[in-house]
Design a protein around this ligand. Structure first.
Ligand SMILES: [Zn+2]
Ligand SMILES: [Zn+2]
Length: 357
């Protein structure tokens, strides 16, 4: 264990420019403050956002950048005021690592909606230094942004829950959609979509996958446990599903018409958008008026919800479908994720990898 007064040098894998190619990078972590938790990273999931950030798709990337925001690790050291976790415990850290603590969102414990939230990487921390993510040997995170990984969850299995998992759990909880027997659909079967099926099934919902191709039909029904598979290009299938759903979780990250999906919702049904689409989406107003339907969107979940979701997943015996890779394979994993060639989430075995190249 290092001393509380010293900074520590760590090696991570960073993108150095918009090619997005990751390679070893050495940097220092801040001194362990009173509220800080030093986490030895064990596993880190690969999220689609990591590609957008490392390749500067959003035009706001700073390099060198160590991505990774689905972090599971072991507590190596804690600051003097830390009461939430202890040395040796397995913990998680997600998309944000700081907030202002003063705004309405922060005071309502929905810090993910704080306008001054601090992203776990490609952001600037309160000390003026860049934040770096979980593809590294260690991270220092304020205890507010650390959750306990329940003992019943394998650490590598838990990693995708910290972003993809809570992303679907939060809207279902917030909009009162946790009741058994509800009928939901998942549009788009990637990392978030697959967690959507798993979590909605754990809540006892009837779950339909809506997809533009039949490619994933067998997989969705046989392995993921979806109840139905609806081909969006098949007008007859779509017509029979009109007015049948309580909600649709729409994870598609590219432009698509909303009207075919709005028509599938029952009265009071909700279309919940989760894909980042920087283009106006269109619908005509009667599509929502004649059915009191909502089009809404949510962003990850609060720390409280994240912790609750982890215990929920433990209780339900929920497992994510992952492909574990070493850090040496991370560039290949990014490439394959970009082609949607993964079932369904890559998780990097950080502690089991040689990080210095
Ligand atoms: Zn993510
Ligand atoms: Zn705030």
């Amino acid at each position: 264990m290092g001393s509380l007064a010293s900074e520590r040098t760590v090696t991570g894998w960073a993108a150095k420019d918009p090619s997005g190619i990751l390679s070893p990078y050495t940097y220092t972590l801040r001194k362990t403050g009173p509220e800080d938790v030093v986490i030895k990273v064990l596993y880190c999931g690969v999220c689609h956002t990591d590609i957008h950030q490392t390749k500067n798709h959003l035009g706001m990337s700073n390099y060198p950048m160590v991505p990774g925001h689905e972090v599971v690790g072991e507590v190596e050291e804690v600051g003097s005021q830390v009461s939430k976790v202890q040395v040796g415990e397995i913990v998680g850290s997600g998309v944000i690592v700081g907030c202002c603590r003063e705004c309405t969102s922060c005071k309502s414990n929905i810090e993910q909606y704080c306008n001054k939230k601090i992203w776990s990487y490609n952001d600037v921390y309160t000390d003026g230094n860049p934040t770096q993510g979980g593809f590294a040997s260690a991270m220092v995170v304020d205890q507010k942004f650390v959750v306990k990984i329940p003992s019943g969850l394998a650490p590598e299995q838990a990693a995708p829950l910290l972003c993809a998992g809570v992303t679907v759990y939060s809207p279902l909880k917030h909009f009162g959609l946790m009741e058994t027997g509800l009928r939901g659909a998942i549009l788009g079967l990637g990392g978030v979509g697959h967690m959507g099926v798993k979590i909605a099934k754990s809540m006892g919902h009837h779950v339909t996958i809506i997809s533009s191709s039949n490619k994933k039909r067998a997989e969705a029904i046989d392995h993921l446990g979806a109840d139905e598979y609806l081909l969006s290009s098949d007008e007859t299938q779509m017509a029979t599903a009109v007015d049948s759903l309580d909600y649709i979780i729409d994870t598609v990250p590219v432009f698509h018409p909303l009207e075919p999906y709005l028509s599938l919702l029952k009265v009071d049904g909700k279309l919940i958008l989760m894909g980042v689409i920087n283009q106006p989406l269109q619908f005509v107003s009667p599509m929502v008026m004649l059915g009191r339907k909502s089009i809404t969107g949510t962003f990850i979940g609060s720390m409280e919800e994240t912790q609750e979701m982890l215990y929920f997943c433990e209780k339900k015996g929920l497992t994510s479908m992952i492909e574990v890779v070493k850090m040496e394979q991370v560039n290949e994993a990014f490439e394959r994720l970009e082609r949607n060639d993964v079932r369904y989430r890559f998780v990097v075995d950080v502690a089991g990898s040689k990080l210095d190249g």
